[in-house]
Design a protein around this ligand. Structure first.
Ligand code: AMP
Length: 279
């Protein structure tokens, strides 16, 4: 495992990828967990070379968000990746990615402004910009991304398509704790009571799935049932929606491939989760 700290060094390496090899890339913000490791393992199975980036991207955090507190521990991340035989870890600094005079931003219109984008204005501009920069530096064939961040994958697939970028996203399923909580670096913020309360996201999804199987296909009535469950656990709802799996527009009647998608505050920690209605 080679640690690369500059874009120039990474580009020097990626400039020499042979066209016939499969280059797999996993962009992360570090503080790795089994969700990240599942993407890396899959890339190792399917690709000839695997690169993981670790970069807490300031551009995707709002002014009052958790950029300063976001967990960072490179040694821990490197030891978790040790057994996976990652080829390169790209670990740039903020100054390197956004040097003085930086001016260019990528906006994927429409799909970036709903759901998480409505609550976090500018978030997906930061995500799209850093991912395009990383893709230009790493030049991957395949980019492995988790459906945990369902809207993020939709935004980035649109960007790659619209800008003719020759990289394909491989969507990977959400990895959960045994009790159902979706793994997230932000789960570290939860105290022991909040860790229990945080189960309300997965439990609300399960409730909606059961209701759907029992014949209730009405988004509004399911959103009310899910809200009651979440509020009962002291969760504070940012949004709960039933959306089309491709364009993420609200649906009027729920079908089996409709996506349930939600964001909930547990204390100050904002957690997200999603699932197909028929999983
Ligand atoms: P992050 O470090 O949170 O930016 O995540 C880096 C990548 O890991 C993204 O593609 C995420 O969707 C993915 N990821 C994060 N949590 C999970 C999870 N629980 N299951 C699967 N993928 C995940």
């Amino acid at each position: 495992m080679q640690i690369i700290r500059t874009a120039a060094e990474m580009q020097e390496i990626s400039a020499h990828w042979q066209p016939t090899i499969k280059v797999g890339f996993i962009p992360t913000m570090g503080y790795l967990h089994a969700g990240h490791l599942s993407l890396i393992s899959r890339a190792k199975e399917e690709c000839d070379v695997v690169i993981v980036s670790i970069f807490v991207n300031p551009a995707q955090f709002g002014a009052n968000e958790d950029l300063g507190n976001y967990p960072r521990d490179l040694d821990r991340d490197l030891s978790l990746m040790g057994p996976l035989n990652v080829d390169y870890v790209f670990f740039p600094t903020g100054e390197m990615m956004y040097p003085a005079g930086y001016k260019t931003w990528i906006e994927v219109k429409g799909i970036s402004d709903i759901l998480c984008g409505a609550s976090r204005p500018g978030h997906f501009i930061g995500v799209a910009t850093v991912v395009l920069k990383l893709v230009n530096i790493v030049r991957p064939t395949l980019m492995y991304m988790g459906e945990k961040d369902y809207q993020q994958v939709a935004v980035l697939e649109t960007m790659l398509r619209d800008l003719n970028v020759p990289t394909t996203i491989v969507r990977c399923p959400i990895v959960r704790e045994e009790d159902g909580l979706a793994m997230s670096s932000r789960n570290k913020y939860l105290d022991s009571d909040q860790r229990v309360q945080a189960l309300c996201l997965a439990n609300a999804i399960r409730l909606a799935q059961k209701q759907f199987l029992a014949g209730n296909h009405d988004p509004q009535s399911l959103i009310e049932l899910m809200s009651d469950l979440i509020i009962g656990e002291n969760g504070s709802i940012d949004y709960i929606r039933f959306v089309d799996p491709i364009d993420l527009a609200d649906v009027q009647s729920i079908k089996s491939d409709t996506r349930i998608i939600l964001a909930v505050y547990i204390g100050k920690t904002r957690l997200i989760d999603n699932s197909a209605v028929l999983a």
